[in-house]
Structures are given as C-alpha cells and as structure tokens.
Design a protein around this ligand. Structure first.
Ligand code: UD1
Length: 417
C-alpha cells in the first residue's frame, strides 16, 4: 500500500501546467457512446477514475486507445446495455452511462454507482427525469432495469436542485431523444458547458449550457468530434492552497480564470495577491495568511464544494477564525479530524466548520478519507513541522495526476513510497 511522505516547510516556486478536468472528461467519455466514428479527446488526465470509465466503455464494446493525454474512442460496435456492479462501484460518475446507454440502445441494466464517501449521493433526480422521458425503471435485486419501449422523448424537466450529474445525464440522453427537452434549474458548472460543446461538435443541438435553463433538440444521430478538455479548476484551487500555506509564489499555466471567479477572492481575503495574464495565474502568498470571510459552498458560480477541503486546510494556519458552511454534501468534513491530529483547531457541527488558525501544524500519520480531503492532508503536510505520512492515497489518485511529481517540480519535499 503506497503512502505519501511530506516533509513540510519548504517554499515552492516555479510554474506548472494544470491538468485537464476530471469532471469534464468523465461525462464526455460517457457521451462518446452516442457517436459514430472516431473521437479524439485531448487533455484527458491520467487518473484512476478515467481508467474506470475507459473500462466501462470497453465493456460496452467501444474501442478506446490512449496516447499520453489523448484518447481515441470509437463507439460504432458498442452493443451492450449493462454495466457489471464491479465497474459501477469504481466511480460516482458511472451513473452518466445510464443516459448514454438509454440514448444508444433504449435499455440499461446497472447497479447504483460508487464514488467517494462524502455523504448520501442519491440518484433520484436522474431516475425521475428518465421516467418523464418515457423510461420504465424497476429496481430488482440491487439492479436498476431500465427500458424505453417507445424510445426517449423530449419533455420539460425541472430539477429540484441543480445537480451536476443529473444535468449531464439528461443532456446526454436528450441529445438523441425524439423532440425537445428543457431542463429547468440546470447546473451551470463549466463542466456542463464543456460537455455541451463536445456534444454540439458531434452534431447535437444543445442551447443555454451554463445558464439555468438548457434546451436540447433531439437529433437522429451524432458523428465523432475532436475535443480538448478544459483545465481543472479544482486542481488549480488545490495548487493555489499549496502556495498559500507555504508563503510561496507560483504560476499556474493553462487556466481559465473565469472558472476561478469565486475562488480567487478567498485567496485575496487571505492576503495573497493573484495576477492573471491570459491563461496564466500567478499567486503570491504572504508569510502569514489572514482569515477569510465565511466560505459557503454553493452550486456554480458559487464557491465549489470540491475546493472546500483544500481551502479549509489553508485556513488552519491563518491568523484568526474562518467559518465554512458546506451546503452541497453532508458529511464532507471528514478531513477535519485528520487535520486536528496535525494540531489544527477545528470545530464542526452539521454544515458548519469553525477553524481557529494556529501558528503551525506538525507532521503526523493521517489518512485520506476522500479525494479532496486527501488533498487537504497534502496541503497541511506542506506547511507542517516534520514529516506527514498520508495513507489512503488511492483517493488522491482518482483526481490528481501525479500530485507528488507536480509539487516536487515546484520544490516540495514529497515522496510516494
Ligand atoms: C459532481 C462532481 C463532484 C462535485 C459535485 C458538486 C463529477 C464527476 N463530480 O458530483 O466532484 O462535488 O458535482 O459540485 O462531476 N443529489 C440528489 N439527487 C440526485 C443527484 C444529486 O439529491 O439524483 C444531491 C446530492 O446528494 C448532493 C447534491 O445533489 O447533495 C449535489 O450533487 P451533484 O451536483 O449531483 O453532484 P455529482 O454530480 O455527484
């Protein structure tokens, strides 16, 4: 079992390219199932979650080849409409294959998806939408058996919460449905726009992605496309936190600054200066961070729940108190008890975490409990006295491409053993 060993208190410097967004790549890979011809997907990060999606595509009959960060995906001979439980459990986003299989074959047989343990992650919004689109869904022996005997048809779907996954699943299915689908209270995340861009490049007719109402005119067939995945805004936020806790100055290359619009002000609150020039972001951190105004996680364009743990780790050594309110997932403070082992002063109750900054953290043996919680351990380790030993790094590898190599290239003392 590999672990990360971080020797803290090293300054970082230099520049790094930000990897492609996992949360864009996953639904786009599922959407390739709808297409005929060979898709070329550039900037696809090398992560275990992406590998899990590739395994599902191959199981369904797609031909997938990887050349470094480029994936070639051909779905012409895909004919299966079931996903084994073992593959479903690997990631949460395996659920977007439901919309893709329904659109492709009119049928789907799968179990409930896996993913990080960050609170209950129901799929009721997905199922309710598909029922409205003409799918009959039965739950039997832990399996979902879905069938659209008369095909999928467009309809008006109002989401009670702007779920990212449900919006993506519906968009994918609606692309090949009969008639027009309107999603009201759709998620507005940049990853939704990236998926819509990809599908539109394939010939879909999706309007309004990035806004609260998305309209999809179903088409008869989709061709293949060349597409480049957008940069990962959460990885960018994580690297910014690494610079912040070490009082460092680093440059992130290849970012889209508008995607970081809710994140940058939090770092500025903490006393960092952030300069954007084209696709580059330079963060310069003070020797001592200041506390931040209350951070409330919200659907996009609000502060992302995925950046909460990295930001919370940074606030542990800030001057004064920072309050976090987690509005998206219950149980997304599991990293706090590990940070407390490292000397942090954090109290949590329900949605709220109150972080009273301390002068310094100390190295300890800690365990990553989920993907972003794992990133919080690394950030804390970078500024702690002594050595931090981080277990559970399989979680980190779901979403960060060679994080230890990226940080080493910036001067951190971090090793995977
Ligand atoms: C996606 C991201 C994840 C991010 C999250 C919120 C991917 C692969 N993952 O996850 O990194 O943290 O968005 O930005 O893109 N909900 C329901 N019923 C449903 C679906 C969701 O109640 O059918 C609830 C969830 O329990 C959660 C909230 O809605 O409380 C947000 O979930 P959702 O936006 O769907 O997140 P994911 O798509 O799973």
């Amino acid at each position: 079992m590999s672990k990360l060993f971080v020797t803290g208190r090293r300054k970082l410097s230099g520049e790094v390219c930000v990897q492609g967004a996992k949360n864009s790549a996953l639904p786009i890979l599922a959407a390739t199932l709808l297409t005929r011809g060979e898709n070329t997907i550039h900037n696809c990060p090398e992560l275990s979650d992406i590998e899990a999606s590739i395994r599902i595509l191959r199981y369904l009959g797609c031909d997938v080849k990887r050349y470094n960060k480029t994936l070639l995906v051909k779905g012409d001979s895909a004919d299966r409409y079931d996903i084994p439980d073992e593959l479903m459990r690997k990631t949460r986003s395996s659920i977007v294959f439901l919309g893709a299989m329904l659109a492709r074959t009119g049928k789907a047989r799968l179990t409930f998806p896996g993913g990080c343990e960050i609170g209950p992650r129901p799929i009721d919004l997905h199922l309710k939408a598909f029922r409205k689109m003409g799918v009959s869904i039965r739950e039997k022996h832990g399996f979902l058996e879905c069938e659209a005997p008369k095909g999928l048809y467009g309809t008006k779907i109002t989401l009670s919460f702007p779920s990212v996954g449900a919006t993506e699943d519906i968009m994918i299915a609606a692309s090949l449905a009969n008639g027009t689908t309107t999603i009201i209270n759709a998620a507005r995340e940049p990853e939704i726009c990236d998926l819509a861009d990809y599908l539109n490049e394939c010939g879909a007719k999706i309007y309004g992605a990035g806004e609260g109402v998305i309209v999809i005119d179903g088409v008869n067939s989709l061709g293949a496309a060349q597409h480049t995945i957008i940069p990962d805004r959460i990885v960018a936020a994580t690297l910014m936190s690494c610079a912040a806790v070490t009082g460092s100055s680093i440059t992130l290359k290849g970012i889209i600054s508008s995607h970081l619009a809710s994140i940058i002000p939090a770092f500025e609150d903490a006393g960092c200066t952030v300069k954007i020039s084209g696709g580059n972001l330079k963060i310069n951190a003070p020797q001592k961070l200041e506390s931040m105004r209350t951070i409330r996680t919200m659907p996009y364009p609000g502060f992302p729940t995925d950046a909460q743990a990295p930001m919370l780790a940074a606030s542990c050594i800030a001057e004064g108190t920072t309050v976090f309110v987690e509005n998206i997932f219950e149980n997304r403070y599991r990293h706090t008890s590990e940070l407390v082992r490292m000397g942090a002063n954090i109290k949590t109750e329900g949605k709220v975490a109150v972080v009273q900054g301390v002068n310094s953290l100390y190295g300890a043996s800690v365990e990553a409990t989920d993907l972003r919680g794992g990133a919080a351990m690394v950030i804390a380790g970078l500024c702690a006295d002594g050595i931090t030993e981080i277990g559970g790094i399989k979680y980190l590898e779901r979403g960060y491409e060679g994080l230890e190599l990226t940080l080493s290239s910036l001067g951190a003392n971090i090793k995977k053993i």
